[in-house]
Ligand binder design. Sequence first.
Ligand SMILES: Cc1ncc(COP(=O)(O)O)c(C=O)c1O
Length: 377
Amino acid sequence: MLMERKIPLLRPYFDDDELAEVKKALDSGWVAQGPKTKEFEQGAAEKLGVEHCVAVSNCTAALHLALLSVGVGPGDEVLVGDYTYPATGHSALFCGAEPVFIDVDSGTYNMDPALMKEAITDKTKAIIPIHTFGQIAEMDPIMKIAKDHNLPVIEDAACAFGASYKGTMAGAIGDIGCFSLHARKGITTGEGGLVSTHSKDLADSIRKKTVFGISSAWDREKQDEINIPIFDELGYNYKMSDITAAVGVAQLRKVEKIIARKRELAAYWNSKLEDIEGITAPYEDENKTHIYQSYITLVDEGINRNKLIFELSQRGVQCQIGTYASHIQPVYGNKYECPVSLDIFNRALALPMFYLLNESDIDFAADVVEKTLRDFS
Ligand SMILES: Cc1ncc(COP(=O)(O)O)c(C=O)c1O
Protein backbone atom coordinates (compact mmCIF):
# COMPACT_ATOMS: atom_id res chain seq x y z
CA MET A 1 0.00 0.00 0.00
CA LEU A 2 1.36 3.45 -0.91
CA MET A 3 1.73 5.61 2.21
CA GLU A 4 1.00 9.29 1.86
CA ARG A 5 4.15 11.20 2.83
CA LYS A 6 3.88 13.73 5.65
CA ILE A 7 6.73 15.90 6.92
CA PRO A 8 6.07 17.34 10.40
CA LEU A 9 7.17 20.84 11.33
CA LEU A 10 9.33 19.41 14.07
CA ARG A 11 10.04 16.41 16.25
CA PRO A 12 12.14 16.39 19.40
CA TYR A 13 15.17 14.09 19.43
CA PHE A 14 15.49 11.61 22.31
CA ASP A 15 17.22 8.25 22.62
CA ASP A 16 18.10 5.72 25.33
CA ASP A 17 20.20 8.29 27.15
CA GLU A 18 17.12 10.27 28.25
CA LEU A 19 15.44 7.03 29.40
CA ALA A 20 18.54 6.00 31.37
CA GLU A 21 18.77 9.40 33.09
CA VAL A 22 15.06 9.43 33.96
CA LYS A 23 15.37 5.90 35.33
CA LYS A 24 18.23 7.04 37.57
CA ALA A 25 16.06 9.86 38.92
CA LEU A 26 13.10 7.54 39.49
CA ASP A 27 15.27 4.85 41.12
CA SER A 28 16.86 7.40 43.44
CA GLY A 29 13.53 8.07 45.09
CA TRP A 30 14.11 11.84 44.87
CA VAL A 31 11.92 13.12 42.02
CA ALA A 32 11.13 16.67 43.13
CA GLN A 33 13.91 19.26 42.77
CA GLY A 34 17.18 17.71 43.95
CA PRO A 35 20.54 16.36 42.76
CA LYS A 36 19.59 15.89 39.08
CA THR A 37 18.53 19.52 38.89
CA LYS A 38 21.91 20.54 40.35
CA GLU A 39 23.68 18.32 37.80
CA PHE A 40 21.66 19.88 34.99
CA GLU A 41 22.35 23.41 36.20
CA GLN A 42 26.09 22.77 36.45
CA GLY A 43 26.23 21.15 33.01
CA ALA A 44 24.30 24.02 31.45
CA ALA A 45 26.51 26.64 33.14
CA GLU A 46 29.61 24.93 31.74
CA LYS A 47 28.19 24.87 28.21
CA LEU A 48 27.15 28.51 28.37
CA GLY A 49 30.33 29.78 30.01
CA VAL A 50 28.56 31.38 32.98
CA GLU A 51 29.07 30.98 36.72
CA HIS A 52 25.45 30.20 37.59
CA CYS A 53 22.38 28.55 36.12
CA VAL A 54 19.03 28.17 37.86
CA ALA A 55 16.58 25.62 36.43
CA VAL A 56 12.95 26.76 36.39
CA SER A 57 9.58 25.52 35.19
CA ASN A 58 9.64 27.42 31.87
CA CYS A 59 11.17 30.47 30.19
CA THR A 60 8.20 32.67 31.05
CA ALA A 61 8.95 32.07 34.74
CA ALA A 62 12.64 32.76 34.01
CA LEU A 63 11.79 36.14 32.44
CA HIS A 64 9.45 37.04 35.30
CA LEU A 65 12.08 36.28 37.95
CA ALA A 66 14.84 37.99 35.94
CA LEU A 67 12.84 41.22 35.86
CA LEU A 68 11.99 40.99 39.57
CA SER A 69 15.62 40.33 40.46
CA VAL A 70 16.79 43.54 38.74
CA GLY A 71 14.10 45.48 40.61
CA VAL A 72 11.42 45.98 37.95
CA GLY A 73 8.10 46.86 39.56
CA PRO A 74 4.79 48.68 39.11
CA GLY A 75 4.95 51.75 36.88
CA ASP A 76 8.33 50.86 35.35
CA GLU A 77 8.97 50.40 31.66
CA VAL A 78 10.86 47.55 29.97
CA LEU A 79 12.13 47.76 26.38
CA VAL A 80 11.13 44.58 24.55
CA GLY A 81 11.77 43.51 20.96
CA ASP A 82 8.36 43.45 19.28
CA TYR A 83 8.57 40.29 17.22
CA THR A 84 8.38 37.55 19.86
CA TYR A 85 6.15 35.10 21.61
CA PRO A 86 4.03 37.20 24.01
CA ALA A 87 5.70 35.53 27.01
CA THR A 88 8.29 38.31 26.74
CA GLY A 89 5.81 41.20 27.01
CA HIS A 90 3.74 39.30 29.59
CA SER A 91 6.75 39.02 31.90
CA ALA A 92 6.81 42.83 32.20
CA LEU A 93 3.05 42.86 32.89
CA PHE A 94 3.51 40.24 35.64
CA CYS A 95 5.69 42.81 37.45
CA GLY A 96 3.14 45.59 36.99
CA ALA A 97 5.51 47.19 34.46
CA GLU A 98 4.81 48.23 30.88
CA PRO A 99 6.48 46.53 27.93
CA VAL A 100 7.62 49.23 25.48
CA PHE A 101 7.82 47.49 22.13
CA ILE A 102 10.75 48.25 19.84
CA ASP A 103 10.54 47.44 16.15
CA VAL A 104 12.92 44.89 14.71
CA ASP A 105 15.55 44.56 12.02
CA SER A 106 14.10 43.28 8.76
CA GLY A 107 16.93 40.76 8.27
CA THR A 108 17.41 39.16 11.69
CA TYR A 109 13.96 40.03 13.15
CA ASN A 110 15.79 41.09 16.32
CA MET A 111 15.31 44.35 18.25
CA ASP A 112 16.64 47.27 16.19
CA PRO A 113 19.25 49.06 18.36
CA ALA A 114 18.82 52.27 16.31
CA LEU A 115 15.29 52.64 17.77
CA MET A 116 16.16 52.03 21.40
CA LYS A 117 17.55 55.39 22.56
CA GLU A 118 14.43 57.37 21.73
CA ALA A 119 12.29 54.86 23.65
CA ILE A 120 14.27 55.20 26.89
CA THR A 121 12.59 57.34 29.57
CA ASP A 122 13.08 57.94 33.29
CA LYS A 123 10.80 54.96 33.86
CA THR A 124 12.88 52.48 31.83
CA LYS A 125 14.29 49.84 34.17
CA ALA A 126 15.44 46.98 31.90
CA ILE A 127 15.99 45.90 28.30
CA ILE A 128 14.96 42.52 26.86
CA PRO A 129 16.44 41.74 23.44
CA ILE A 130 15.16 38.49 21.95
CA HIS A 131 17.45 36.06 20.10
CA THR A 132 14.77 35.35 17.54
CA PHE A 133 14.54 31.77 16.28
CA GLY A 134 18.06 31.10 17.56
CA GLN A 135 19.99 34.04 16.06
CA ILE A 136 21.46 36.38 18.67
CA ALA A 137 20.39 40.04 18.74
CA GLU A 138 22.84 42.88 17.95
CA MET A 139 24.37 42.68 21.41
CA ASP A 140 27.32 45.09 21.00
CA PRO A 141 25.21 48.21 20.36
CA ILE A 142 22.50 47.00 22.76
CA MET A 143 25.03 46.52 25.58
CA LYS A 144 26.54 49.95 24.85
CA ILE A 145 23.18 51.70 25.09
CA ALA A 146 22.39 49.74 28.26
CA LYS A 147 25.71 50.75 29.79
CA ASP A 148 25.27 54.41 28.85
CA HIS A 149 21.89 54.42 30.59
CA ASN A 150 22.85 52.08 33.42
CA LEU A 151 20.17 49.56 32.50
CA PRO A 152 20.30 45.77 33.00
CA VAL A 153 19.99 43.56 29.93
CA ILE A 154 17.97 40.37 30.13
CA GLU A 155 18.53 38.16 27.09
CA ASP A 156 15.40 36.36 25.98
CA ALA A 157 17.36 33.37 24.74
CA ALA A 158 14.28 31.09 24.78
CA CYS A 159 15.16 29.80 21.31
CA ALA A 160 18.93 30.15 21.50
CA PHE A 161 20.61 27.54 23.73
CA GLY A 162 24.01 27.04 22.09
CA ALA A 163 23.88 30.08 19.79
CA SER A 164 26.88 32.39 19.90
CA TYR A 165 27.80 35.98 19.06
CA LYS A 166 31.42 36.77 18.27
CA GLY A 167 32.42 33.69 20.25
CA THR A 168 30.28 34.31 23.37
CA MET A 169 27.29 32.13 24.09
CA ALA A 170 23.72 33.39 24.29
CA GLY A 171 22.94 33.95 27.95
CA ALA A 172 26.52 34.94 28.80
CA ILE A 173 26.43 38.43 27.26
CA GLY A 174 23.79 40.39 29.19
CA ASP A 175 23.19 40.46 32.95
CA ILE A 176 20.80 37.50 32.81
CA GLY A 177 19.87 34.95 30.14
CA CYS A 178 16.50 33.16 30.00
CA PHE A 179 16.10 29.89 28.10
CA SER A 180 13.14 27.71 27.21
CA LEU A 181 13.23 23.92 27.10
CA HIS A 182 9.75 23.67 25.61
CA ALA A 183 9.12 20.94 23.03
CA ARG A 184 9.73 23.29 20.08
CA LYS A 185 13.17 24.39 21.26
CA GLY A 186 16.60 23.12 20.13
CA ILE A 187 17.00 20.95 23.22
CA THR A 188 13.92 20.13 25.24
CA THR A 189 12.58 18.66 28.43
CA GLY A 190 8.96 18.91 27.26
CA GLU A 191 8.40 22.02 29.36
CA GLY A 192 11.23 23.70 31.22
CA GLY A 193 13.38 26.77 31.55
CA LEU A 194 16.75 28.01 32.68
CA VAL A 195 18.27 31.25 33.96
CA SER A 196 21.96 32.00 33.37
CA THR A 197 24.08 34.73 34.94
CA HIS A 198 27.65 35.56 35.93
CA SER A 199 26.36 37.18 39.14
CA LYS A 200 26.04 35.18 42.36
CA ASP A 201 23.74 37.82 43.87
CA LEU A 202 21.31 37.63 40.94
CA ALA A 203 21.45 33.80 40.89
CA ASP A 204 20.77 33.60 44.65
CA SER A 205 17.89 36.07 44.42
CA ILE A 206 16.33 34.20 41.48
CA ARG A 207 16.84 30.77 43.05
CA LYS A 208 15.09 31.85 46.24
CA LYS A 209 12.14 33.18 44.25
CA THR A 210 11.69 29.83 42.48
CA VAL A 211 10.93 28.15 45.84
CA PHE A 212 8.36 30.40 47.54
CA GLY A 213 11.14 32.70 48.79
CA ILE A 214 12.99 30.04 50.81
CA SER A 215 15.87 27.64 50.11
CA SER A 216 15.14 24.41 48.24
CA ALA A 217 14.18 21.21 50.05
CA TRP A 218 17.33 19.50 48.72
CA ASP A 219 19.59 22.25 50.05
CA ARG A 220 17.85 22.03 53.42
CA GLU A 221 18.07 18.22 53.39
CA LYS A 222 21.87 18.44 53.14
CA GLN A 223 22.21 20.63 56.23
CA ASP A 224 23.19 18.84 59.44
CA GLU A 225 20.61 20.56 61.58
CA ILE A 226 16.87 21.09 61.25
CA ASN A 227 16.14 24.52 59.81
CA ILE A 228 12.51 25.50 59.74
CA PRO A 229 12.22 27.89 56.76
CA ILE A 230 11.19 31.48 57.31
CA PHE A 231 9.20 33.11 54.51
CA ASP A 232 10.67 36.60 54.43
CA GLU A 233 9.81 37.57 50.83
CA LEU A 234 7.27 36.72 48.17
CA GLY A 235 8.39 33.81 46.04
CA TYR A 236 6.77 31.49 43.51
CA ASN A 237 6.63 27.80 42.74
CA TYR A 238 8.72 27.91 39.56
CA LYS A 239 10.87 24.86 40.29
CA MET A 240 12.07 22.23 37.83
CA SER A 241 11.64 18.61 38.97
CA ASP A 242 14.46 16.06 38.92
CA ILE A 243 12.53 13.99 36.35
CA THR A 244 12.56 16.96 33.99
CA ALA A 245 16.18 17.76 34.81
CA ALA A 246 17.15 14.16 34.03
CA VAL A 247 15.92 14.65 30.46
CA GLY A 248 17.86 17.92 30.38
CA VAL A 249 21.09 16.24 31.48
CA ALA A 250 20.85 13.85 28.51
CA GLN A 251 19.81 16.61 26.09
CA LEU A 252 22.86 18.70 27.08
CA ARG A 253 25.13 15.91 25.81
CA LYS A 254 23.49 16.20 22.38
CA VAL A 255 23.36 19.95 21.96
CA GLU A 256 26.42 20.42 19.71
CA LYS A 257 25.43 17.47 17.54
CA ILE A 258 21.88 18.78 17.14
CA ILE A 259 23.04 22.28 16.24
CA ALA A 260 25.65 21.08 13.72
CA ARG A 261 23.09 18.90 11.93
CA LYS A 262 20.40 21.58 11.89
CA ARG A 263 22.87 24.06 10.40
CA GLU A 264 23.62 21.53 7.65
CA LEU A 265 19.90 21.09 7.02
CA ALA A 266 19.38 24.87 6.94
CA ALA A 267 22.12 25.18 4.30
CA TYR A 268 20.38 22.46 2.29
CA TRP A 269 17.01 24.22 2.57
CA ASN A 270 18.71 27.49 1.49
CA SER A 271 20.09 25.86 -1.64
CA LYS A 272 16.65 24.50 -2.52
CA LEU A 273 14.85 27.80 -1.99
CA GLU A 274 17.26 29.67 -4.29
CA ASP A 275 15.36 28.28 -7.27
CA ILE A 276 11.84 28.81 -5.93
CA GLU A 277 10.01 32.03 -6.69
CA GLY A 278 7.92 33.80 -4.07
CA ILE A 279 9.87 32.72 -1.00
CA THR A 280 13.10 33.97 0.63
CA ALA A 281 15.44 31.91 2.84
CA PRO A 282 16.34 33.22 6.32
CA TYR A 283 19.17 35.72 6.66
CA GLU A 284 22.19 34.65 8.69
CA ASP A 285 24.53 37.28 10.09
CA GLU A 286 28.19 36.27 9.73
CA ASN A 287 28.98 37.38 13.33
CA LYS A 288 26.52 34.91 14.76
CA THR A 289 26.07 31.16 14.92
CA HIS A 290 22.39 30.74 14.15
CA ILE A 291 21.11 27.52 15.70
CA TYR A 292 17.91 27.39 13.62
CA GLN A 293 15.51 26.65 16.44
CA SER A 294 13.07 27.25 13.59
CA TYR A 295 13.72 27.71 9.88
CA ILE A 296 11.77 30.86 9.05
CA THR A 297 11.30 32.00 5.47
CA LEU A 298 9.46 35.06 4.11
CA VAL A 299 6.87 34.79 1.39
CA ASP A 300 6.46 37.62 -1.11
CA GLU A 301 3.91 40.35 -0.54
CA GLY A 302 0.56 39.48 -2.08
CA ILE A 303 0.80 35.78 -1.25
CA ASN A 304 -1.86 34.69 1.23
CA ARG A 305 0.48 33.17 3.81
CA ASN A 306 -2.27 31.70 6.00
CA LYS A 307 -3.89 29.96 3.05
CA LEU A 308 -0.45 28.74 2.00
CA ILE A 309 0.14 27.16 5.44
CA PHE A 310 -3.16 25.33 5.15
CA GLU A 311 -2.50 24.17 1.60
CA LEU A 312 1.05 22.99 2.34
CA SER A 313 -0.20 21.01 5.33
CA GLN A 314 -2.89 19.41 3.13
CA ARG A 315 -0.15 18.38 0.72
CA GLY A 316 1.99 16.76 3.44
CA VAL A 317 4.28 19.58 4.61
CA GLN A 318 3.40 20.88 8.05
CA CYS A 319 4.19 24.60 8.33
CA GLN A 320 3.47 27.43 10.75
CA ILE A 321 3.69 31.18 11.16
CA GLY A 322 6.95 32.53 12.64
CA THR A 323 6.01 34.27 15.87
CA TYR A 324 3.91 37.28 16.90
CA ALA A 325 3.91 41.05 16.47
CA SER A 326 3.42 41.95 20.13
CA HIS A 327 2.25 45.54 19.64
CA ILE A 328 -0.99 44.50 17.93
CA GLN A 329 -2.03 42.11 20.71
CA PRO A 330 -4.96 43.74 22.55
CA VAL A 331 -3.61 42.72 25.97
CA TYR A 332 -0.88 45.37 25.53
CA GLY A 333 -3.30 48.20 24.74
CA ASN A 334 -2.35 49.06 21.14
CA LYS A 335 0.11 51.83 22.03
CA TYR A 336 3.00 51.28 19.62
CA GLU A 337 3.74 51.05 15.92
CA CYS A 338 6.23 48.50 14.68
CA PRO A 339 5.74 48.22 10.91
CA VAL A 340 8.67 45.88 10.23
CA SER A 341 7.52 43.42 12.89
CA LEU A 342 3.96 43.58 11.56
CA ASP A 343 5.12 42.85 8.02
CA ILE A 344 7.17 39.85 9.18
CA PHE A 345 4.29 38.63 11.34
CA ASN A 346 2.14 38.56 8.18
CA ARG A 347 4.68 37.01 5.80
CA ALA A 348 6.88 34.63 7.83
CA LEU A 349 6.55 30.94 7.11
CA ALA A 350 8.18 28.27 9.29
CA LEU A 351 9.22 25.21 7.29
CA PRO A 352 10.07 21.79 8.77
CA MET A 353 13.33 21.85 10.73
CA PHE A 354 14.50 19.29 13.27
CA TYR A 355 17.46 17.02 13.93
CA LEU A 356 15.86 13.89 12.47
CA LEU A 357 14.80 15.61 9.23
CA ASN A 358 16.87 14.50 6.24
CA GLU A 359 17.78 15.74 2.77
CA SER A 360 15.19 13.53 1.10
CA ASP A 361 12.46 15.05 3.31
CA ILE A 362 13.64 18.51 2.27
CA ASP A 363 13.66 17.50 -1.42
CA PHE A 364 10.04 16.39 -1.04
CA ALA A 365 9.00 19.44 1.00
CA ALA A 366 10.74 21.90 -1.36
CA ASP A 367 8.99 20.31 -4.30
CA VAL A 368 5.62 20.72 -2.57
CA VAL A 369 6.44 24.35 -1.67
CA GLU A 370 7.40 25.12 -5.29
CA LYS A 371 4.30 23.54 -6.80
CA THR A 372 1.98 25.10 -4.23
CA LEU A 373 3.45 28.57 -4.75
CA ARG A 374 3.07 28.13 -8.50
CA ASP A 375 -0.59 27.23 -8.00
CA PHE A 376 -0.98 30.39 -5.90
CA SER A 377 0.38 32.77 -8.56
C1 LIG B 1 11.08 34.30 22.45
C2 LIG B 1 10.35 33.51 23.50
N1 LIG B 1 10.39 33.90 24.77
C3 LIG B 1 9.77 33.21 25.74
C4 LIG B 1 9.05 32.07 25.46
C5 LIG B 1 8.37 31.33 26.57
O1 LIG B 1 8.93 30.06 26.76
P1 LIG B 1 8.21 28.96 27.68
O2 LIG B 1 7.19 28.30 26.84
O3 LIG B 1 9.33 28.05 28.08
O4 LIG B 1 7.62 29.69 28.84
C6 LIG B 1 8.99 31.61 24.15
C7 LIG B 1 8.21 30.40 23.82
O5 LIG B 1 7.93 30.09 22.71
C8 LIG B 1 9.65 32.35 23.13
O6 LIG B 1 9.63 31.95 21.86
